[in-house]
Design a protein around this ligand. Structure first.
Ligand SMILES: Nc1ncnc2c1ncn2[C@@H]1O[C@H](COP(=O)(O)OP(=O)(O)O)[C@@H](O)[C@H]1O
Ligand SMILES: [Mg+2]
Length: 301
């Protein structure tokens, strides 16, 4: 049996803990509500400004000196041969490289003018505002409903049930799943799982959705649905997509960045480098650099 003194101590500890949780949650809600999808940027206004961005892993340079501006409510595609640093660059945009201990990021990564890597920026908040969808759909081993409700619940967002429906509708999945929200997400097809992952991002009101080869594990019909969905989503979100499928980049994106693997004279050191960044139509029909032309016409892979 606890003495009264000890009980009092435990109680005050619990109150303190509850208070700090409440404080954290209210801060999160504030952050979550600060930038709703209806954020007022006009199409093409800068969301990201990269200035001399580079990444190394364990001291070895993987991408070097990338400078580009990524516009709001547009789809920006990153293309280029395997190993040129597309995924690495994409991960800079929501600080996912923080999770790779050997990774070091150089240069400036501005998000609405704020240094994403600045000391006052919380990477967890960054990843909420800037969601990511991966190559292989990665739903949680939970029900369809709980997959979507998870983020809003953790963030203490209001009206979870409505949010779940809205997110599933936005991801063009509602009609397919509304009668089986309690079923495990693992029972869905690959294409449905990928749309579920997109809905999961949307449910916490992000500003940007990053997609790393989101269709490469899908059949052509499911890929087509994701492409249609991206075109709808860009009304509300800014999207950056890595794709090895040039037709896909040409079909969906507004701007395209082409990267290559560069070699030094010893051919021992290789790194990714941005060759050209422009309107997608220009990149695919009249690129400025012959290396871009060789790549988009399939002369080199
Ligand atoms: N976690 C990691 N640790 C070490 N090296 C990595 C890591 N991720 C990527 N790299 C290296 O960085 C370079 C770029 O890789 P990546 O960004 O995956 O290219 P892409 O997505 O264009 O195929 C490659 O040389 C790759 O081996
Ligand atoms: Mg990759």
């Amino acid at each position: 049996m606890n003495s009264n003194g000890e009980e009092g101590k435990v109680e005050s500890q619990m109150t303190a803990k509850k208070k700090s949780t409440e404080k954290a949650l209210s801060r999160k809600i504030e952050v979550a509500e600060r930038r709703l999808p209806s954020a007022s940027e006009a199409v093409g206004e800068p969301v990201f400004g990269l200035e001399g961005v580079g990444v190394s892993y364990g001291g070895k340079v993987a991408v070097r000196d990338v400078s580009m501006t990524i516009g709001a409510k547009e789809i920006t595609a990153l293309i280029g041969p395997s190993g040129c640093g597309k995924s690495t660059l994409l991960r800079c945009l929501n600080r996912m490289n923080d999770l790779v201990p050997s990774a070091e990021v150089f240069g400036k990564c501005l998000y609405h003018g704020t240094d994403l890597y600045g000391p006052e920026v919380d990477p967890v908040e960054v990843r909420k505002l800037i969601g990511m969808v991966f190559q292989k759909p990665n739903p949680f081993p939970k029900s369809i409903y709980d997959n979507i409700a998870f983020g809003p619940k953790v963030l203490g967002l209001p009206d979870v049930e409505e949010r779940v429906e809205r997110a599933l509708r936005s991801a063009a999945l509602w009609d397919e799943v509304k009668d089986r929200l309690d079923d495990n997400a693992y029972g869905m097809s690959g294409g449905q799982q990928q749309r579920l992952c997109i809905a999961r991002c949307i449910a916490v009101d992000p500003d940007v959705i990053l997609m790393d080869e989101p269709c490469s594990a899908l059949d052509p019909i499911s890929s087509g649905k994701i492409e249609d969905l991206m075109l709808e989503l860009k009304e509300d979100f800014s999207i950056v997509i890595v794709t090895h499928n040039m037709q896909q980049a040409a079909r969906v994106s507004d701007k395209t960045a082409f990267l290559i693997v560069e070699l030094d004279s010893t051919e021992e050191n290789r790194w990714g480098q941005l060759v050209e960044y422009d309107e997608t139509e220009k990149i695919f029909t009249n690129p400025a650099d012959s290396r871009t032309e060789d790549y988009v016409t399939g002369k080199v892979g």
